[in-house]
Design a protein around this ligand. Structure first.
Ligand SMILES: Cc1cc2nc3c(=O)[nH]c(=O)nc-3n(C[C@H](O)[C@H](O)[C@H](O)COP(=O)(O)O)c2cc1C
Length: 228
């Protein structure tokens, strides 16, 4: 490996309460494969870390007047008073060339603990707004992000015309409203449909498919945007 070129970094933020879940297994495979292709990988395991998803006034005390969360985020960035915890997560986000959000689909979206990580870590004034704009003027332009997901429903139920409708429609609010919003180029998601309904052999095959996807991403073979 070329020792002069700085190594790429990936941040995987994982949100599953069970270390033995399929979702957690695919997160580990993703981390392994990115490391194998030369990435420096940081894994944030939100449940294991006891992450609090609640954005409230306590992390901005003293709050003068009515609590306006984004105004307080801007003030905290300006005055250098973000809490150590939020600052550390924000620094990890800023340092990472690739962000992977790893989660089981809950209520056609992400688990609350991960939504709350976005609420508290995607700080206004640091990633967008203030000195930055939105989308291609936001702070994370030039970086890539993607989702690593499991579902209860089958691939067929998540097709257009299927019982639920197209997966891309459910992920749009994350792809566009969270990731592209702060500047990321969003790669196509890696989704394992219904791991609970698979045999052990099928689960192993599904994990191998996740491994191949991340090998391709790690080796720069994937530039497929999630949104046209
Ligand atoms: C609170 C909750 C909400 C869920 N909502 C959905 C859903 O909207 N769509 C879906 O396909 N599966 C849903 N599921 C099922 C999970 O997505 C599924 O069990 C999980 O992805 C399987 O991966 P795991 O074995 O690693 O947990 C939900 C599960 C829970 C606990």
């Amino acid at each position: 490996m070329d020792t002069l070129t700085p190594r790429k970094t990936a941040l995987i933020v994982h949100a599953h309460p069970e270390p033995d879940a399929f979702s957690t297994a695919q997160m580990r495979v993703a981390a392994e494969e990115l490391r194998r292709s030369g990435y420096v990988v940081e894994v944030v395991d939100l449940y294991a870390d006891g992450w609090s998803p609640v954005l409230d006034r306590h992390e901005f005390e003293p709050v003068r007047g009515p609590f306006k969360p984004q105004a307080e985020q801007m003030r905290a960035v300006r005055e250098g008073t973000l809490t150590g915890e939020v600052r550390a997560h924000l620094d990890s986000v800023l340092a990472a060339d690739l962000l992977v959000l790893s989660f089981p689909m809950w209520w056609f979206s992400m688990p609350a603990i991960l939504k709350g990580w976005i609420d508290r870590t995607f700080v206004m004034g640091a990633l967008f707004g203030g000195d930055f704009g939105l989308f291609d003027r936001a702070a994370l332009r030039g970086k890539r992000a993607m989702l690593l997901v499991t579902t209860g429903g089958s691939a067929e139920s998540f097709s257009s015309g299927g019982a639920f409708g197209a997966m891309d429609d459910f992920l749009f609010h994350i792809h566009r409203g969270m990731l592209e919003f702060v500047g990321y180029e969003v790669l196509a998601p890696v989704v394992t449909y219904g791991p609970a309904h698979l045999t052990d052999a099928e689960r192993r095959t599904a994990l191998e498919a996740v491994r191949e996807s991340f090998a391709a991403i790690g080796n720069g073979l994937v530039d497929e945007p999630a949104l046209a």
